[in-house]
Design a protein around this ligand. Structure first.
Ligand SMILES: *[C@@H]1O[C@H](CO)[C@@H](O)[C@H](O)[C@H]1NC(C)=O
Ligand SMILES: *[C@@H]1O[C@H](CO)[C@@H](O)[C@H](O)[C@H]1NC(C)=O
Ligand SMILES: *[C@@H]1O[C@H](CO)[C@@H](O)[C@H](O)[C@H]1NC(C)=O
Length: 325
């Protein structure tokens, strides 16, 4: 009996100690994130960036910064996006800034074209790492670094991919409702109890040596997720301590977990799923995956039309929408 009691007490004690350590770790990370000084990056930006575009956010009160993961070769898709969903620059008077994030290309011709494109639109950020699937974690860390360095007053940061459709208006309006609590936000389509791929033949293979747990922590699917500025700082600080070669969205989840940030699920993000086009649904949702280059302008033009035939939940009131796939 006595033995059991002391065992219990010891366990409680150990448990308290563990909890204390976790809290202390989060507090230290919080302090580090708060005090983060990005002057060293700013003073030495050619070390990190081929194109850093340091002045896009200066003197602008950016509400939502959108960073689109794009590939060097895909200038036509960027054009496609500029002309459609990224052409929305304000939501209820609040500024929205959309930029493309690229890695480097082996091809000098492609690089020359990117320099011209960047000069023309001033909406490109480029890192030195080769743009590839395997460097997506580098891209993610660069995205966080750029946001906290060059756009430190943006309230929210959306990370997305060029293959997606994003409804900036719906997302911006939602984020405006959080005006009183614009912190501690890591929101997207939350993937729960995802397991590492243990098949060595798979491209997503993660060996047990690299990541030993059975499950990944909850994380937001990479196609589109939002973080508040403080979370971008925390993820950036925590990223230097996370080395597991996991998919990049899982990586963000691991950093967030380290920083004590819990993901918030919103079903208005589609995750990796393409949502079949329907005007009411698309007015309501925040993102949809794999929206084709010819489909994007059709959707966009349709959404620009006035007419209020959808209710607040994205259901159609009457069967009078025009474009349908
Ligand atoms: C720039 O940063 C890198 C990495 O932190 C460092 O190795 C390099 O010496 C720095 N260069 C200058 C000029 O400060
Ligand atoms: C964006 O929209 C404006 C009108 O609001 C239009 O004049 C402009 O041409 C559009 N930009 C692109 C790249 O289509
Ligand atoms: C450009 O991006 C679109 C959308 O993700 C994709 O369908 C297309 O294959 C890409 N093209 C190139 C050249 O990478």
């Amino acid at each position: 009996m006595c033995k059991e009691m002391s065992f219990c007490r010891l366990r409680t004690h150990q448990w308290c100690f563990l909890l204390f350590n976790v809290l202390l770790f989060h507090a230290l990370l919080f302090e580090q994130a708060r005090k983060l000084d990005m002057n060293a990056v700013r003073a030495n930006d050619t070390h990190w960036y081929v194109i850093s575009n340091p002045r896009v956010c200066t003197d602008q009160d950016v509400f939502l910064l959108t960073l689109v993961f794009s590939t060097p070769e895909n200038s036509s898709r960027r054009e496609n996006i500029r002309g459609t969903w990224a052409n929305r620059t304000h939501v209820q008077g609040f500024l929205v800034q959309t930029l493309f994030l690229l890695g480097s290309s082996h091809s000098p011709t492609t690089q020359a074209a990117i320099m011209v494109e960047s000069k023309h639109y001033a909406d490109i950020i480029q890192g030195w790492f080769i743009d590839s699937h395997k460097n997506l974690i580098s891209k993610t860390v660069l995205a966080m670094q750029w946001a906290v360095t060059y756009c430190p007053f943006a309230r929210f940061i959306l990370i997305t991919d060029e293959s997606a459709f994003i409804n900036i208006l719906a997302l911006g309006e939602y984020l405006l409702t959080l005006r009183r609590h614009p912190e501690d936000l890591y929101m997207g389509r939350v993937v729960h109890q995802d397991m590492p791929d243990r098949d060595p033949r798979s491209t997503r293979y993660v060996s047990p040596n690299q990541y030993s747990h059975k499950y990944f922590p909850d994380y937001c699917a990479g196609l589109a997720f939002v973080v508040s500025q403080d979370v971008a700082r925390k993820v950036y600080v925590a990223s230097s301590g996370v080395v597991a070669p996991v998919p990049y969205d899982v990586f963000v989840g691991l950093c967030a977990q380290r920083a004590g940030v819990v993901p918030t699920h919103s079903f208005r993000f589609s995750g990796e799923r393409h949502i079949h086009y329907n005007i009411c649904c698309y007015r309501f949702l925040f993102s949809s995956a794999d929206v084709g280059t010819s489909e994007l302008p059709l959707i966009w033009n349709d959404l620009q039309s006035k007419g209020n035939y959808c209710n607040r939940q994205g259901k159609q009131k009457a069967n009078n929408f025009r474009y349908s796939k």
